[in-house]
Design a protein around this ligand. Structure first.
Ligand code: CA
Length: 218
């Protein structure tokens, strides 16, 4: 969801997010309509301009956070403003300063979505992952996963078809970037696969890509 009152900017962002990121976009040009839209059709992420007619970005951000953990990236026209925004502890996930390059915005959107934001629900071919509740289900049945297995599954299933190297998966496994061996990644993947196979009658959702790593396929 793009909340921006300057039509040129919202159109540019929308084009880039669709073309470079493959995202579907919705544009709102006022602050006071945001909450209704989020309630009726929850977006995966909100790009929120600071200065908006109706209700400014700060108030909108506060209202959203009262009821939703949807990832929010705030967009401001002044770099000095970012310190003040950080001080307000609005609960936004990232801040971008105008003028920005559209490709930078796409990169930030991807990064915030990859971090899992807050809402973090993935549903793909019978598999449901609910980040906030830390639950993964297949066909409605809960899977018993360790925290590391859960993180791996979330990363892989969250970007279906993408090949993850072992290094990339290591970064998903632990937030503190501790160094683990390739073998440790393989072991966790092996255990995760076994559990998925048992739950799905051997659908083999996690595929090895020789010499590269692993990918999720439906
Ligand atoms: Ca504005």
């Amino acid at each position: 969801m793009i909340v921006e009152d300057e039509p040129k900017i919202s159109a540019l962002l929308s084009d880039y997010l669709q073309a470079r990121g493959g995202y579907a976009t919705e544009i709102l040009d006022r602050g006071d309509t945001v909450l209704d839209h989020i309630r009726s059709k929850p977006p995966d992420l909100v790009l929120l301009d600071l200065m908006l007619p109706g209700l400014d970005g700060i108030e909108v951000c506060k209202l959203i956070r009262r009821e939703s953990q949807v990832p929010i990236i705030m967009v401001t026209a002044r770099v000095e403003e970012i310190d003040r925004l950080l001080g307000l502890e609005l609960g936004a996930d990232d801040y971008i300063c105008k003028p920005f390059s559209p490709s930078e915005v796409v990169a930030r959107v991807k990064a915030v979505l990859r971090r899992g934001g807050g809402a973090g629900e993935v549903t793909v071919s019978g598999l449901e992952i609910d980040e906030s509740k830390h639950i993964a289900r297949y066909g409605g049945r809960a899977l018993t996963l360790t925290p590391v297995e859960f993180s791996l599954l979330k990363a892989l299933a969250g970007q279906e078809g993408r090949v993850f190297s072992r290094d990339q998966l290591m970064n998903e496994m632990y937030s503190d970037y501790r160094v683990v061996s390739d073998r440790a990644v393989d072991t966790h993947i092996k255990n995760l696969r076994r559990k998925l196979d048992e739950a799905s009658d051997g659908r083999e959702m996690i595929e090895s890509v020789y010499g590269l790593g692993y990918r999720f396929r439906s």
